[in-house]
Design a protein around this ligand. Sequence first.
Ligand code: CP
Length: 331
Amino acid sequence: MKQFITLGEMPVEEIEQLLRLAKQLEASPINESLKGKTVALLFMNPSLRTLASFQAGVAQLGGNVFVIQPGAGSWNLEVEDGAVMDGASQEHIRDAIPVLGGYADALAVRCFAAGKDLATDLTDGLIRKMAAMSPVPFINMESAAAHPCQALADWKTLDDLEAPRAGGKFVLSWAWHPRPLPYAVPISAAEMALLRGMDLTISAPEGFDLPQETMHQLGKLGKVTVTRDPLEATEGAHAIYAKSWCAPAFYGKPEEEAEARKELRHWCANESWFENADPSARFMHCLPVRRNVEVTDDVIDGPRSATLQQAKNRLHVQKAVMAAMLGDASQ
Ligand code: CP
């Protein structure tokens, strides 16, 4: 495996191989599969889990890691082709990516959506461009339209919890948030559930459906139902994944989006969402989460919450991805 960009483009058998390796690495966390290898982490945006879990994971596999955070001890990076660089950015990714690749055996990049043009962001062109520039294996640590590391951890979490595959009901519910958020996590969570064989129900208020292009792609992967009522959506659910995302019609127009969103604060995951869910139903969220905005304290702190398992599984699955790319198994 030379690139890990999005689960949606990977054969299920390859994903399942990674999950088996992640399970082995969970049982035996320390080995030397990255001995003598260096992994470069380029963060164009903030992180807690991704930053910490990649560093911990490389260390547990005997490798080295370095972190570059443009604008925080490193040059600001320009991403636009043909840019006249007389502004804040001192270095172009066309130079930075191959330079970093010259020091490392693998390059992992976080680069969120620009949030200006929906069609452009949905192509995930920037992360693909960076992957193409990289002289070494490349990992997407969250891009405009994909968060495959999170999705793989979420898949493992559902497996660990023995959530049903065929016939299982995965609810992806919109939640209110004070800012318009990108689509990377909801798209990847939806793809993951369908690839895992579950039925997907998307619960969102009018105007806050996922983009049409995304719905079209998801429909190719499996059964997708859309509802406007969280209580109807969560009936019989095995997993309830809350996440906010922006309204496609107002993409790049945050003031207009805020106006459309202002009456929707009641879209906060709460106990009532579990009343008619399957008794085994679990609450999921990728974190970070705004408590008592996206989810109530009693749900996220309660026995149904799988959020800490999701976060812990980031470590195991990312180690599997790196070992598959760079370890003996990659030879
Ligand atoms: N879920 C996730 O990627 O968390 P961070 O943004 O903190 O890395």
